[in-house]
Ligand binder design. Structure first.
Ligand code: PEP
Ligand code: MG
Length: 762
């Protein structure tokens, strides 16, 4: 390592200094160099850390303890980590380093500047990317004593248990790993947030800005729903904005740390950004994107009319590992590393992380941010942990299982139906999950930033694609509503409320038995309202409860659930609500209150109907409970062949719309269990019998002027959707990630139909 100062200012940092200042320091230096408004900062270099180890005489002792460690022995790992960190904290910082840090700090401002102290780890010849997030950060540090302590704590965090484990599995020698520390003026932001300089899924030239009040931690940590603004870089206009209800903000507290404060009623609903501010941010984002040559995920802050860029890194969701062309499929796979296990790619994205085997919900307490959850099959009570992980792998299930649906909504890569991942993978093992190809590789396989976005079909379009066939989106978790709305979808074709209810961890029966009906209604009301608010003026079809008995069993009150030989064919969907009027009434009460609150865009859809009598009966019950059924938008799912064949009678009974639930329609037409990995290869969405049923039902709906849609997984397959448009479907509803490619498929087919007609008439 060449001789380097203990302290470097951002303005002094050159690209070659990455080994001294780490990835974070280098990136801040680079952003400063291209003129972005980066808050003032200096970096305590990796060399300063090395000198500290040597001059205090702890170096040899420290590495000796690490060398002897078996990182697979959890107890030993925790204890050595604690010892080594204690060692780093126990010694005094050498005078010269301390004086240089203090001198730099003094230069920052006269009466002591409040700073953020951030770790920036690095290994020789390999910048920090793979170490991101494993070392500590301290916000709101004031005064030299606290600053010096925070720097030393950052150094100690290089030896956290997780960091040691990770480096060992990656084959890094601890002696070659260093840490730099960025000391940066803390911006007491009045507003802050993140922005994607291009659309994070499609790569379209749309800058998505999320903003909230106070410090950026609120948005980054997800503790507040931020406003969402979409700025079209082509027309240079804000083309969409969603003003969220922002309940809290995070602000600096006292001399150290931060606190959360509740916002006033006025601030909650006030827009955080003006159009001019969004435009200015988009311009700054574009500078970063042009400089790095790849879309960026940028953290920003504003104080008064001063803008700051705090961080910029490549967007990971549109990265792909480069699989070389040519060679056999096996060779292509293995060129990325050793394939440990394969399944179905259920939610796209490539990530690396540490495996945590989850055998039941109790194990989820061991799940840390960024881990890879490996389990037989996810359950609704695992959703809180699913939010924290970077990928999900299951033994069981297909493209429409719980794990697949929830992962897609969370935007988390997932591979399902591997049959044996829980047996083949080990706790703590580092793997890479490719959620598109359905492959799990050994180790952290580098995912080089691909030049082209993964799916940028709409990027070439000069204006957003408008289609005659409505392109809607499916939502299961209210927290995904904003992401869903940001796709520009024409409404929600399916809101599955069972995910909302299952997330409560208590069955509807429990609420009824414990006189807690109001609580239950309020939960439903709130969750559905979040989605309705994200789609003002656009139809949102909310489906009544469809949870099979086995999904309720893990919840409080679930002891009462009957054991069924085949829950898929059992007590679920509308048939269960009709025989559990109180459970049905509570749902209807939530709908009624939403209609009364003016949400005319709410439609209600009944699942698993197989005879028009069920629709008639459900409607009559709703009428009895005070719903104006003549004017309410009520419809049905077509999920069983019986309802496809009887669609005419359903229309006579008064349905306003029908939507194909192909996930079930396929399994019930072909007798192939949709969640059974042993027959997953026989599950054929385009089986002629399935297509014949769909074609028939579309035809009858069209003749009668009834909207006909699809909300099963097949609606996210461009080929299937092309076929559906050709056969006259009125709308389609896709998963969030699939909306752009589905919109493109619809538009293409529609244009082709128009062209053909024009040619015929010419
Ligand atoms: C379907 O069956 O296609 C559907 C959308 O419902 P679910 O996946 O919730 O059964
Ligand atoms: Mg279904």
């Amino acid at each position: 390592m060449k001789e380097m100062p203990n302290v470097l200012w951002l303005e002094e940092i050159k690209k070659e200094d990455i080994n001294s200042v780490g990835g974070k320091g280098a990136s801040l230096g680079e952003m400063t160099a291209i003129g972005l408004p980066v808050p003032k900062a200096f970096v305590v270099t990796a060399q300063a850390f090395r000198k500290f180890l040597i001059e205090t005489g702890i170096e040899e002792e420290l590495f000796r303890r690490l060398e002897r460690l078996d990182v697979d022995d959890n107890g030993a790992l925790e204890s050595v980590s604690k010892d080594v960190q204690g060692l780093v904290l126990s010694v005094e910082m050498p005078d010269q380093i301390r004086e240089e840090i203090v001198a730099a700090y003094d230069r920052m401002g006269e009466d002591g500047t409040v700073v953020a102290v951030r770790s920036s780890a690095t290994a020789e010849d390999l910048p920090d990317a793979s170490f991101a997030g494993q070392q500590d950060t301290f916000l709101n540090i004031l005064g030299e004593t606290d600053l010096l302590e925070a720097v030393q704590q950052c150094w100690a965090s290089l030896y956290g248990a997780r960091a040691i484990y990770y480096r060992s599995k990656q084959g890094f020698d601890d002696r070659s790993v260093n840490i730099a520390v960025v000391v940066q003026e803390l911006i007491r932001s009045e507003k802050s947030g993140v922005m994607f300089t291009s659309h994070p899924v499609t790569g379209e030239p749309l800058t998505i800005v999320e903003g909230s009040w106070g410090l950026g931690e609120a948005v980054v940590s997800g503790s507040v729903s931020p406003d969402n603004y979409v700025f079209d870089l082509r027309s240079e206009r804000v083309v969409d904005r969603l003003i969220a209800e922002k309940e809290i903000m995070i602000v600096p507290e006292g001399k150290r740390g931060t606190k959360t404060v509740t916002l006033s009623a006025k601030q909650r609903t006030a827009p955080v950004l003006s159009d001019a501010e969004v435009a200015r941010l988009a311009t700054l984002g574009k500078i970063a994107e042009d400089h790095y040559g790849i879309p960026q995920d940028v953290e920003w802050a504003i104080v008064g009319d001063v803008f700051f860029i705090l961080q910029s890194r490549p967007i990971t969701t549109i990265k792909r590992p480069e699989i070389p062309h040519g060679g056999s499929a096996e060779q292509q796979k293995s060129s990325l590393g050793v394939v440990l296990v394969e399944g179905q790619g259920a939610s796209p994205g490539v990530v690396s992380g540490r495996v945590v085997i989850v055998r039941d919900v109790k194990d989820t307490s061991a799940v840390k941010d960024g881990d890879i959850m490996v389990t037989k099959m996810t359950n609704p009570d695992m959703v809180p942990a699913m939010r924290r992980v970077s990928a999900i792998v299951t033994d069981e299930g297909g493209m429409t299982c719980h794990a697949a649906i929830v992962s897609r909504e969370l935007g988390t890569p997932a591979v399902v139906g591997t049959k044996k991942a829980t047996k083949l993978l080990r706790d703590g093992q580092v793997v890479t999950v490719d959620g598109e190809k359905g492959i799990i590789y050994e180790g952290a396989v580098a995912a080089p930033a691909a030049a082209a976005p993964a799916a940028a079909p709409a990027a070439a379009a000069a204006t957003p694609v408008i289609t005659g066939t409505l392109v809607k989106v499916n939502v299961s978790l209210p927290e995904a509503a904003q992401r869903a709305a940001a796709t520009g979808a024409d409404g929600v074709g399916l809101l599955r409320i069972e995910h909302l209810i299952l997330g409560l961890a208590k069955t509807p029966g429990w609420y009824i038995e414990h006189d807690a009906e109001e609580e239950f209604i309020a939960e439903l009301y709130g969750g559905i309202k979040t989605v309705l608010d994200a789609f003002p003026g656009k139809p949102v079809w909310v489906r009544t409860l469809d949870a099979p008995t086995d999904e309720f069993r893990n919840m409080e009150g679930g002891e009462e659930e009957p054991f069924e030989h085949n829950p898929m064919l059992g007590w679920r969907g509308i048939r269960r609500d009709l025989r559990s009027p109180e459970q049905f009434r509570l749902q209807v009460e939530a709908f009624k209150r939403l209609w009364a609150a003016g949400y005319d865009n709410l439609g209600v859809m009944f699942p698993m109907v197989n005879h028009p009598n069920e629709f008639t009966q459900a409607r009559a019950m709703m009428k009895e409970w005070g719903v104006d059924v003549e004017n309410a938008t009520l419809g049905v799912m077509i999920e069983v062949p019986g309802s496809a064949l009887m669609v005419e009678e359903f229309i006579q009974a008064g349905i306003r719309f029908a939507s194909f639930g192909t996930n079930d329609l396929i399994q019930y037409t072909l007798a192939i269990d949709r969640n059974n990995e042993n027959v997953a290869d026989m599950y054929q969405p385009k089986h002629p019998a399935v297509l014949r049923l769909i074609d028939y039902a579309i035809g009858v709906c069209r003749e009668n002027g009834v909207e006909c849609s699809i909300c099963g997984q097949a609606g996210s397959d461009p080929e299937m959707v092309t076929w559906l448009v050709e056969h006259g479907i009125s709308s389609v509803s896709a998963n969030i990630d699939a909306v752009p490619r589905i919109r493109e498929a619809v538009a293409r087919k529609e244009r082709q139909i128009l062209l053909d007609a024009a040619r015929r008439n010419a």
